[in-house]
Design a protein around this ligand. Structure first.
Ligand SMILES: NC(=O)c1ccc[n+]([C@@H]2O[C@H](COP(=O)([O-])OP(=O)(O)OC[C@H]3O[C@@H](n4cnc5c(N)ncnc54)[C@H](OP(=O)(O)O)[C@@H]3O)[C@@H](O)[C@H]2O)c1
Length: 268
């Protein structure tokens, strides 16, 4: 039986991935900030809940050690993350730090914690949820893009470094997903000088007929499952028709033309 370790498993994509891998016969170590509040996953066979706030380096170490002591880990799915939206000028230092500590340092530290285990096993795979926002950029999401673009570069570089040990590195870049991302999880920074443009962008990105098609978390979890099991030497997986279309368009017309086209579509 294969084992996957998942972060951010309390909702959305992380939870859908727990259910899918468990249904496919995997053992799942589902980590979240408040496992004591989880009411569903503990009833699924082969799912173990462990506490993990990815901004807590000591807890990352402790939880990784517990997971490794309990099973040979085959896949680490770095998924915990959220979006900080709004004009840079309006963001506070604590907002910036929390975004970077969660989305970027969390992935870096969790990944580093499992490398010795994977090296010893002469195999293993890291899959990280980045975003179409790791391959393209939207207005008013500077810090989110800073973390997700960083994860794409981090993963590409790491893939060279770990290949010699039989360890794989992949990213899954979803477009919109119908989860708590645009609701309770989103952190907003507001500034009246930008409010009109910000509202326009939010409508263009999240409103009716927006550039995003909101896939179900279950559909995106299927892409994660494919990435985890297809055995291919492929770094990037876009997930969802909007992500494929946006990234395809960027590659087709080039980064500069795409930047102008998207800016026009979202801000006019
Ligand atoms: N939804 C989208 O449109 C979209 C698009 C592209 C990429 N993504 C990416 O997909 C991933 C999953 O997001 P989602 O859409 O499933 O949204 P979600 O339902 O809001 O799930 C986010 C998860 O991350 C967890 N999390 C946040 N901060 C954490 C921390 N410090 N330590 C541990 N866990 C933490 C949340 O836990 P709590 O329950 O404790 O808050 C929750 O389980 C994220 O990396 C996000 O950037 C989402």
């Amino acid at each position: 039986m294969k084992t996957i370790f998942i972060t951010g498993a309390s909702s959305g994509l992380g939870k859908a991935a727990v259910k899918l891998f468990a249904a496919k016969g995997w053992r799942v170590i589902a980590t979240m900030r408040k496992p004591e509040q989880e009411r569903e996953l503990m009833n699924i066979r082969n799912v173990t809940l462990l506490p993990l706030d990815v901004t807590d380096p000591e807890q990352i170490q402790e939880t990784a050690e517990k997971a490794i002591a309990s099973a040979r880990i085959d896949v680490v799915f770095n998924n915990a993350g959220y979006g900080l939206m709004g004009p840079l000028e309006a963001t506070t230092d604590p907002q910036i730090i929390r975004q970077i500590e969660t989305n970027l340092l969390g992935v870096i530290r969790v990944t580093r914690a499992f490398i010795p285990h994977f090296r010893k096993n002469e195999g293993g795979l890291f899959v990280t949820t980045t975003s179409i926002g790791g391959l393209t950029a939207f207005p008013f999401a500077t810090l989110y893009h800073a973390t997700k673009w960083a994860l794409e570069g981090f993963s590409e570089s790491l893939s060279f470094e770990l290949k010699r040990f039989g360890i794989g590195v992949k990213t899954v870049s979803p477009g919109g997903i119908g989860t708590d991302f645009a609701g309770r999880s989103m952190d907003l920074a507001r500034h009246e000088a930008y409010q009109g443009a910000f509202d326009k962008m939010m409508t263009g990105a999240f409103g009716e007929g927006s550039v995003f098609h909101f896939s179900t978390p279950e559909a995106i979890a299927e892409v994660v499952y494919d990435a985890a099991t297809d055995g291919r030497d492929q770094l990037r997986y876009t997930a969802g028709p909007d992500a494929a279309a946006l990234y395809g368009r960027r590659l087709e017309i080039g980064a500069e033309a795409f930047r102008k086209e998207l800016g026009q579509a979202l801000l006019g």
